[in-house]
Design a binder for this molecule. Structure first.
Ligand code: 2BA
Length: 109
């Protein structure tokens, strides 16, 4: 058995949870925080048989595709008036970080 630990964006978590549970996989969702950005993300723990690992990774890839998004951010440099000007920036969102680890034992009581 393997444990897949997938760290995904909050925006993708709902759809991914739905897709995985509809496909019959057991999932546990944790609200987590990225150490670098200190922003919320979602970690899913999915215990699967080894033969299903690639199926789950395919589903994650389908749902968590990287895409561009325009966000408006306050400028880090104030204008001469001292007013912070918001400006649009294109950023990449989506994607996932996936760990697949061996499970020595799984017990359901
Ligand atoms: P990603 O590399 O896609 O990482 C997204 C989130 O996945 C991370 O959030 C963290 O929660 C988790 N993660 C990534 N690698 C991990 C690992 N080896 N072990 C455990 N968890 C892991 P953040 O830490 O907030 O990072 C958000 C994004 O900031 C990263 O996206 C990356 O693009 C950038 N980043 C992270 N650390 C960086 C650094 N030291 N220097 C420059 N950019 C960094």
């Amino acid at each position: 058995m393997k444990l897949i630990i997938a760290i995904v964006q909050d925006d993708d978590a709902g759809n991914l949870l739905e897709t995985l549970t509809e496909s019959g996989f057991g999932v546990t969702k944790l609200a987590t925080t990225g150490g670098f950005l200190k922003a919320g993300n979602t970690t899913l723990m999915i215990g699967v048989e080894e033969k299903d690992v690639s199926k789950v990774i395919d589903r994650i890839e389908e749902v968590c595709k990287t895409r561009k998004q325009v966000i408006t951010t306050p400028s880090s440099v104030a204008s001469s008036t001292g007013v912070y000007m918001p400006y649009p920036v294109e950023v990449e969102v989506g994607g996932a970080n996936i760990f697949v680890v061996d499970v020595d034992k799984f017990v359901r009581i």
